[in-house]
Design a protein around this ligand. Structure first.
Ligand SMILES: *Cc1c(COP(=O)(O)O)cnc(C)c1O
Length: 393
């Protein structure tokens, strides 16, 4: 599948453009030309006249009336994220899950059916399989790698395709353009969790997807200091979410958090360039280690969907996994011996991380190790992986 925005030359152009988008703001005299947007630490905005007050009320999402609606510090981050993603609109939330649950609730109603990739983020799956079933919304989980699987799961009441590409344990992809076209053909909406790729390496809206969600907690914040999320899409869909799920469920991002994340965003393209390079160095090295059966990284030609990845992503981030030849217990001892890779959930910050996961409940003969490659020297990281193994012997 080809897409016009991802051809190799445009790819370089768009990467370079993102450096300017992240680093540059027009001079804003409303803030006295402050080089970085100030933190508007206030809940409400007051008005001189009742007329101005009433006029602002006409558009709560685009004027400043109340911070559970539109706060200038949060709005600044939303505009920058929209620019980087190539979206008309963006709304920032208290967490990735607040953005995900709100985006889903903006689409489904009682009696609807959803198709979701079976490797989606755990709490997202739980939201579909446990929470939404209480409201009569049913979900079919599928292996999303073939468009036929999506087509076969469609029911008369299917209203949503929920994608996550790549997934973040096995790093499986879905064909974004094909999924968007199929969903459009019968009036269903598409949402994708694009956290792994970030706005730097994948722009699903250009491939026809309706709404993109990111956990900002990961690469976008980038410093392991904040939790946040964002929904991006057309102004119409994002405004609709603003007036409904954002205002009514109230899972808003605070101005303090928005300021910290905006600071992280300045270096997003720079960090992603480094993460991509280091991630590939470490993944290639891991492929050669004796305890590794195979590596799951979309940027390695051995990945079964390598060509699809190349056609719809312009780069690769630095979270990947490998299936081991050794049992879970031994790999946990290996993880204990690591010095640079810390044991911990989440990813996207400056620091390298490791988790050791059972492959299935019944079988602990082999397991799946997930590595997150941070900003350290990749040679130090590969040495750490080897040293930890050697000291087990
Ligand atoms: C972390 C994560 C989320 C949830 O984000 P929070 O900010 O923790 O709520 C959703 N999707 C993916 C792929 C994630 O890694």
């Amino acid at each position: 599948m080809s897409s016009t925005n991802n051809q190799p030359d445009n790819r370089e152009d768009s990467r370079e453009r993102q450096f300017t988008q992240a680093a540059h703001d027009p001079i804003d005299l409303r803030h006295h030309g402050a080089i970085h947007v100030p933190i508007y630490q206030n809940s409400l905005f007051a008005f001189d006249t009742y007329e101005a007050f009433e006029q602002a009320f006409q558009s709560l999402m685009h004027n400043h009336v109340y911070s559970r609606g539109n706060n200038p510090t949060v709005e600044f981050l939303e505009k920058k994220l929209a620019e980087l993603e190539g979206a008309e609109g963006a709304k920032c939330f208290a967490s990735g899950m607040a953005a995900i649950s709100s985006s889903i609730l903006s689409v489904v109603q009682q009696g609807d059916h959803v198709i979701c990739v079976d490797q989606a983020y755990g709490p997202t799956r739980e939201f579909f399989s446990v929470y939404l079933t209480r409201f009569g919304i049913e979900t079919t989980f599928i292996d999303g790698s073939s468009i036929d699987h999506w087509r076969e799961a469609i029911r008369p009441n299917t209203k949503l395709f929920y994608l996550e590409s790549p997934t973040t344990m096995l790093f499986e992809l879905q064909n974004l353009q094909a999924c968007a076209e199929l969903a459009k053909s019968f009036g269903a909406r598409t949402i994708i969790d694009s956290t792994w790729a970030t706005p730097c390496f994948q722009n699903p809206l250009a491939l026809g997807i309706d709404l993109v969600v990111h956990s900002i907690t990961k690469y976008i914040g980038g410093h392991s200091d904040c939790v946040g999320g964002v929904i991006l899409g057309s102004q119409e869909l994002v405004d609709h979410i603003g007036y409904n799920e954002y205002m009514l469920l109230g899972g808003i991002m605070t101005p303090q958090t928005a300021a910290l994340i905006s600071k992280g965003l300045r270096t997003l393209p720079l960090r992603m360039q480094r993460h991509e390079e280091s991630g590939l160095v470490v993944a290639n090295h891991v492929s050669t280690l004796p305890f590794v059966h195979h590596v799951n990284h979309p940027g390695l030609p051995s990945h079964p969907q390598y060509e699809l990845g190349r056609s719809q992503m312009s780069g690769y981030s630095s979270l990947f996994s490998f299936v081991t030849r050794e049992p879970l217990k031994k790999m946990k001892q290996w993880a204990d011996n690591l010095q640079l890779f810390k044991i911990g959930v989440s990813w996207g910050g400056f620091e390298s991380l490791v988790t050791v996961n059972p492959r299935s409940r019944e079988n602990d003969e082999a397991c799946i190790v997930r590595l997150y490659v941070g900003l350290e020297n990749p040679a130090d990281l590969t040495a750490d992986l080897e040293r930890a193994w050697a000291s087990l012997a």
